[in-house]
Design a protein around this ligand. Structure first.
Ligand code: SF4
Length: 343
């Protein structure tokens, strides 16, 4: 199956991001936004030639679009110019609240965009609603899935992406359910941990388990339902036989930068994202370390996440009762969670 774009490792050969904005701060007011005032780099005519494949090693251009009224028309013109001037792949990433419809997507396709990517960010509808409080009405969650379906009907399977953030208080099980939904629709999911704006800091263990499970779902080796989860929604079995698990660890493909996608809430974090991942092609001696990372659990993160899920679902959550019913390990985890909240 054709995948949206073979993203080149960001740290080695830049997947050049270009931010298109309406000349002012973004009004989407996402709680996880690192800086809505980040300005886009204006594109000079002279740049167009330089951006051709081979001159600067640019293999793809990711246009990250802010939501503002004229965004569709601006994107249309920019994509047309880029496509005419160089043969690099041109992808458009659209963030929350993007005022684009079937007409806008059709025009992007006609202009020559290789594909589109949508920043869904939150992996559940209730998490999405909690990230832009006070907006009321229709959620980005609903609009985004409709746009994905429209885009797939225009570009075809494998040419449409969705970025999913980690760190808003989602369980790994919820992430996997959404990744499965993305695959079943014919789109491709990309993962990145939110950095300074994470509600709950993403641990190495969670990032690695999510990347591994995402790889297995995306490549059709396992489904989210074949995986097993603990009481905290953490993956405890990846739905593949033990031998295959070790082979995948040796390949280390799930942990490369190709699985990440830059959008407006991850701009400027390439170096930090790269530092948290495993280098490509680790030697056999590194496999135990890779497995250690996949198996590591941050119980404070697990407890805080479970608490956040209950809070969003409106479930009355009695920590003392859960401790009493489940014994000493849960008591210890609860204490870690409380300590995490009071920090
Ligand atoms: S994350 Fe993107 S869409 Fe949201 S406020 Fe920031 S720039 Fe705007």
């Amino acid at each position: 199956m054709a995948i949206i774009v073979p993203q080149v490792p960001l740290a080695v050969s830049p997947w050049r991001p270009l931010l298109v904005d309406g000349g002012g701060a973004c009004k989407a007011a996402c709680k996880y936004c690192p800086d809505p005032t980040v300005q886009g780099r204006p594109l000079a005519e002279a740049d167009l030639g330089e951006w051709a494949v081979g001159t600067r090693g640019v293999q793809g251009i990711n246009i990250i679009a802010r939501p503002y009224p004229e965004v569709a028309a601006d994107l249309y013109c920019l994509v047309q110019k880029l496509v005419v001037n160089n043969p690099a792949l041109v992808i458009v990433t659209l963030g929350p609240g993007a005022p684009i419809d079937t007409w806008g997507l059709q025009h992007l396709k006609e202009a020559g965009a290789t594909g589109v990517c949508f920043s869904l960010v939150a992996v559940t509808r209730s998490l999405d609603a909690s990230t832009r409080p006070g907006r009321g009405g229709r959620q980005w969650w609903d609009t985004c899935w409709e746009l994905v379906d429209t885009a797939i009907s225009l570009w075809g399977p494998g040419k449409v992406g969705l970025t999913l953030g980690l760190g808003l208080g989602e369980t790994e099980q919820q992430v996997m359910a959404t990744i499965q939904q993305v695959r079943d629709r014919g789109a491709v999911s990309y993962i990145y941990p939110l950095m300074t704006t994470a509600e709950i800091k993403v641990s190495t263990g969670k990032l690695y388990r999510v990347l591994l499970a995402r790889h297995l779902i995306t490549t059709g080796q396992a489904t989210s339902n074949q995986m097993q989860y603990d009481d905290f929604g953490q993956v405890i079995h990846f739905g593949v036989p033990r031998d295959r698990f070790y082979e995948i660890m040796q390949e280390a493909k799930p942990f490369s930068l190709d699985n990440l996608w830059l959008d407006c809430c991850s701009m400027g974090w390439q170096a930090e994202l790269a530092a948290g991942l495993f280098p490509a092609q680790p030697g056999a001696e590194m496999v135990p370390e890779l497995i250690r990372r996949v198996c590591s659990v941050d119980w404070r993160e697990a407890w805080l996440t479970r608490t956040r899920v209950f809070e969003l679902e409106g479930v009355d959550f009695d920590e003392d009762e859960i401790e009493a019913e489940n014994g000493s390990i849960y008591k210890m985890i609860a204490e870690l969670g409380r300590a995490g909240r009071s920090n």
